[in-house]
Ligand binder design. Structure first.
Ligand code: B1M
Length: 210
């Protein structure tokens, strides 16, 4: 079994203690950080499919998520660059009712690397918390909303509506997450959409630079 396959298998099994060491070994073998990250993302797809099939349950999903998060910590220095340019502040969070944060954390990492100062509101973030953060932080140029559940996609819509109703200005809104599409993003009035963390950084720069 290759080191990458070992990483995949152990993320799927939720082996949070083993995964970081395996990732270091995979890096030492010369595997690119992006390839290792994609392997872990693929593992989460497998975990999701097993959950849908009723083969595993929430605790196993949670353990796999922990294993991936630990792995991402090892990869982080290899994925981010020291960008000193400033694109302003980005307020990021997973929308209300939704506790998934791995994708949001990857997007945060990439936006930071692109030159944003990041304010991370965490998960289950209400519209009013997004609004407060825009008011409380200086030079907010971007609000980034992540969502993984079809049931909480409506929270994304209401967050954007509340931001518009607040009368605050000077920032763009980008949305993303597995069930979100470019069409849905446009329909709910987002300024931008990205399907993954890498393209979120590219889109965010485009939006803010105009
Ligand atoms: Co949940 N879960 N989960 N879960 N979970 C999914 C999302 C699901 C698809 C699994 C399945 O059934 N196949 C399903 C949703 C179905 C649906 O809505 N249609 C589901 C469900 C049903 C649930 C619960 C309801 C289960 C239950 O309790 N019965 C429950 C809900 C809890 C809640 O949120 N209120 C639940 C709970 C959990 C855990 C807490 C156990 C755990 C999350 C732990 C954590 O995040 N810390 C968990 C996990 C791990 C998953 C899966 C297996 C993996 C998610 C993940 O991290 N993927 C997931 C199945 C799957 O995704 N295939 C599943 C890897 C991550 C890198 O991808 O987050 O998609 P993702 O991010 C991507 C892109 O989407 C994009 O960039 C990232 C990649 O570069 N992206 C953005 C994300 N945000 C973006 C923002 C942007 C731009 C791009 O701009 C701002």
């Amino acid at each position: 079994m290759s080191k990458i396959e070992e990483v995949k298998a152990n993320v799927e099994k939720g082996k949070a203690k083993i995964v970081p060491g395996l990732i270091q070994e995979a890096l030492d073998e010369g595997n690119a950080a992006e390839i290792i990250l994609q392997a872990m993302i693929d593992s989460m797809g497998v975990v999701g499919d097993r959950f849908s099939a009723g083969d595993i349950f929430v605790p196993e999903m949670l353990m796999a998520a922990k294993a991936m998060s630990k792995g991402v910590e090892v990869l982080k220095p290899h994925l981010v660059s020291d960008n000193t340019s400033s694109l302003g502040t980005c307020v990021i969070g997973t929308v209300e009712g939704d506790l998934h944060d791995i994708g949001k954390n990857l997007v945060k990492m990439m936006l930071e690397s692109a030159g944003f100062k990041m304010v991370d509101l965490g998960v289950d973030v209400s519209a009013s918390k997004f609004i407060d953060a825009v008011k409380e932080n200086e030079n907010v140029t971007l609000v980034a909303c992540s969502g993984l559940l079809t049931t909480t996609m409506t929270a994304m819509r209401s967050t954007i509506q509340a931001l518009k109703d607040s009368g605050l200005s000077g920032f763009k809104v980008i949305v993303g997450g597995a069930p979100v599409t470019a069409e849905y993003a446009a329909e709910i009035g987002a300024d931008g959409f990205a399907p993954d963390a890498g393209s979120a950084a590219v889109k965010a720069q485009e939006l803010v630079k105009g």
